[in-house]
Write a protein that binds this ligand. Sequence first.
Ligand code: ZN
Length: 175
Amino acid sequence: MPWIICFLIAFGLSLTSCGTAVKGQEASKMANDSLIDPQLIFDGKTIEKSEAEWQNQLTELEYKILRQKGTERAFTGALLDNKKTGTYCCKACALPLFKSAHKFDSGSGWPSFWDIFDPKNIEAQEEYGWTGKQIEIHCPRCKSHLGHVFDDGPKPTGLRYCINSACLQFVEQKK
Ligand SMILES: [Zn+2]
């Protein structure tokens, strides 16, 4: 019965090619995630991942802050004193969030900005903490927590975006 053998071989080959195609798609998806575009304005396409995927991608501290609304200890963030020119992007999905031109030393111990990269690239939400009503801010694309915004910042906005350094990745502007 050689036709059965032929069929089995053909069936086996089609399974193998299917497997290869899926693997290829996964690889390109991961490559896209690591591509950073420092000019990108949020287009409404959200990124959703399982908790296991986030845990796999982020360090323990980043996961705790970004995905579980944690806060890093003051004066411990790697980007606190960064004075280079460039863009601060979301650590979880690379969406641009802040510009170096808007960074200032607030003395709080967390990276602070008086304005945002683009109104589309930040989402805010009122919440009640033990200090009263505050405004939590998060990334609109991956919904990761970033920090809070207060109204005691410098002119011209009067705002202070108080952001965990662990939530940011810095992309230096090429000269
Ligand atoms: Zn994000």
